[in-house]
Write a protein of this length. Structure first.
Length: 133
């Protein structure tokens, strides 16, 4: 058993693994397989098989940068559908505050709206800047 686990860990070393796009494709292929049981024809089954082959090709790929870019494009595309809080409700906009980015570290800072021209000190990097809100 130890020999098999060493071989398997060596096989997976340097591979991309599972990400959000792979999870979505796996779930979609399972749904397609279940729909194939209901709907006559083999097209749904073939689509599910091709999706599974693509998932495994991505999972065992050594080209990590290309797989990362694919996942980022998928996340950008699905971002408008995923803007939800943990409870499943859409996050509401804060009407009394504005989000600014620190020019020093890029961290998000929440400042009150309508305060005019204010001096802001970033608590993360200590950079001071003046902004009109």
């Amino acid at each position: 058993m130890n020999r098999f686990s060493m071989w398997f860990s060596g096989l997976l070393r340097g591979r991309y693994g599972v990400d959000n796009l792979n999870r979505f494709l796996l779930i979609a292929s399972v749904v397609l397989i279940v729909l194939d049981w209901i709907v006559p024809g083999r097209i749904l089954y073939l689509l599910a098989v091709f999706a599974l082959i693509y998932v495994y090709c991505r999972m065992f790929s050594r080209n990590i940068n290309a797989r990362y870019r694919e996942n980022q494009k998928f996340l950008e595309f699905t971002g408008k559908f995923r803007n939800r809080t943990a409870g499943g409700f859409t996050a509401r906009k804060d009407k009394t505050h504005k989000i600014l980015h620190c020019p020093g570290c890029g961290e998000k800072l929440r400042v009150p709206k309508g305060a005019g021209k204010i001096s802001i000190n970033c608590p993360h990097c200590g950079t001071s800047f003046i902004k009109k809100v």
